[in-house]
Design a protein around this ligand. Structure first.
Ligand code: ARG
Length: 475
């Protein structure tokens, strides 16, 4: 029997009903549905819809269901239309007719909104801990890099020398933003919708503010028509997931490139690589390729969800049921990727002889121009002069390092003997003066700031982030 069978003379078409059922997906909301129902039962008792005995029996049965599910996750399964129908069927099976009073004044439209909001409020901190653990892994890499140098790239061409620590902290900065962005999604989710009914509100005297307090919400929704159709918190969550994946993907691309034979900057740990079934020499960075690929999937979840929501008329529409699959898939994908890329980042080895060798040469050209500026030449002219130098050095297959002072002076009389010390990768990084720069003191301050942020958020690299719960379909 469905939750709405009275209206219909016969049984629903089996195949179409099964196709439209969402229990295989929304079973993940079981815990939230039961906790929401416990609060609802309490409220119904307070306003006199349930007598004390009914309330007690319903409360006990709901608590027992939570225990049953904890003992055996497969308990949450069946041919029910959705998780709300499952919980009600279980309740009636346990307490009989009394269970049929629980749905008084409540609609699944507000119930599903409540469940998903509660779910996100409890899962977002887990996603954030996982992002924090990756930030901590970057901080550890920055620590370990010490004073080592590497080239920074623009247009994927060697641009300027930087501290390797600065490179890792660049990823830490992006991942910190990714983590903080979930605060917005959590805040969006933090509005309690019960009392909205199907669309017009509730007439049994329930107190949404009391329910909000009981369920740990900081506020209640403003409007019942909007509340039953509002999934902005879903879009905010998917947006946060998509941007986090975008950064995971960019990191992955770096690691794939830098660990290639062509760069040779990084050696990936054997344990996270895979081989080729045909070419015996291959050691492939599969986790990073998969993470890069899965970014497309999560961005698709956001774009797909926005497309689903954009055409809906006011009030609840069944299209909204699509939100759960998007949320769970984005969450699982992100958590899985974070687990994998963190393992890669924290176990890779940096070939400092290669990165160190790559910071000398023509990427010091900006420092040569800065030298001329210090001697009074206008920057545009210095750029022109050094550009000419680069042209002839490239033609002669030489670099700045081994030019004699007479050769320097052939390009400009402003070059003095001190040019030799002035133009080195170490001098280049040390010359920076802004806090966001690659100067050693600036990078040390950036690292200290990342550590302080991790501490304030209670994150550390030791955080054990459990693998994502799979979005299993129930047979
Ligand atoms: N499974 C539904 C969903 O996820 C629950 C709400 C159903 N409401 C309704 N009026 N059919 O949206």
């Amino acid at each position: 029997m469905t939750l709405w069978s009275g209206r219909f003379a016969g049984e629903p078409d089996e195949a179409v009903f099964a196709w439209g059922s969402s229990f295989g997906i929304d079973r993940r909301l079981f815990e939230d549905d039961v906790r929401g129902s416990l609060a609802w039962a309490e409220e119904l008792a307070r306003v006199g819809v349930l007598c004390a005995e009914e309330h007690e029996a319903i409360g006990r049965a709901l608590e027992a269901m939570l225990t049953d599910a904890q003992r055996d996750a497969s308990f949450v399964s069946g041919a029910d239309e959705d998780v709300h129908a499952f919980v009600e069927r279980q309740l009636v099976a346990r307490v009989g007719e009394r269970g049929k009073r629980l749905h008084t004044g409540r609609s699944r439209n507000e119930q599903v909104a409540l469940d998903l909001r509660m779910y996100l409020k409890r899962r977002i901190p887990i996603v954030q801990a996982s992002l924090g653990a990756l930030v901590a892994a970057f901080a550890d890499r920055a620590d370990e890099a010490g004073a080592a140098l590497m080239p920074a790239y623009t247009h994927l061409r060697r641009a300027q020398p930087i501290l390797e620590a600065h490179y890792w902290l660049a990823h830490a900065s992006a991942m910190r933003r990714a983590c903080t962005r979930f605060d917005v999604a959590r805040d969006e989710a933090d509005a309690m919708p019960l009392g909205s009914g199907a669309v017009a509100g509730n007439s049994y005297g329930v107190d949404p503010a009391r329910l909000a307090g009981r369920l740990g919400f900081s506020r209640i929704v403003a409007n019942s028509v909007d509340a039953t159709a509002d999934r902005d918190f879903v879009a905010a969550f998917l947006h946060a997931c998509a941007l986090a994946m975008l950064h995971v993907s960019r990191l992955s691309e770096d690691v794939i490139l830098f660990s290639s034979e062509e760069f040779g900057f990084f050696d990936l740990d054997d344990r996270i690589c895979t081989g080729s079934s045909l070419m015996p020499q291959k050691k492939n960075p599969d986790p990073m390729e998969l993470a890069r690929g899965k970014a497309g999937r999560v961005i698709g979840r956001l774009a797909g969800w926005l497309a689903t929501a954009k055409g809906l008329p006011s009030g609840y529409n069944k299209d909204l049921q699509e939100d759960k699959e998007a949320v769970f898939d984005a969450e699982d994908t992100l958590l899985g990727c974070l687990l994998a890329v963190r393992a890669v980042v924290s176990t890779l080895r940096v070939n400092r002889n290669v990165t160190g060798a790559a910071v000398s040469g023509l990427l010091l050209a900006t420092d040569v121009a800065d030298y001329l500026v210090a001697k009074g030449m206008p920057f545009r002219e210095a750029h022109e002069t050094v550009g000419g130098m680069v042209r002839s050095l490239v033609a002669a297959a030489r670099s700045f390092e081994n030019l004699g002072i007479d050769e320097w002076q052939r390009f400009s009389p402003l070059f003095d003997a001190d040019i030799v010390q002035a133009v080195s990768p170490q001098a280049s990084v040390a010359a920076r003066t802004t806090p966001q720069s690659t100067a050693p003191q600036a990078v040390a301050a950036q690292l200290a700031d990342v550590r302080a942020w991790l501490f304030a958020r209670g994150c550390c690299s030791e955080v054990i982030v459990s693998p994502p719960e799979r979005n299993r379909n129930v047979p």
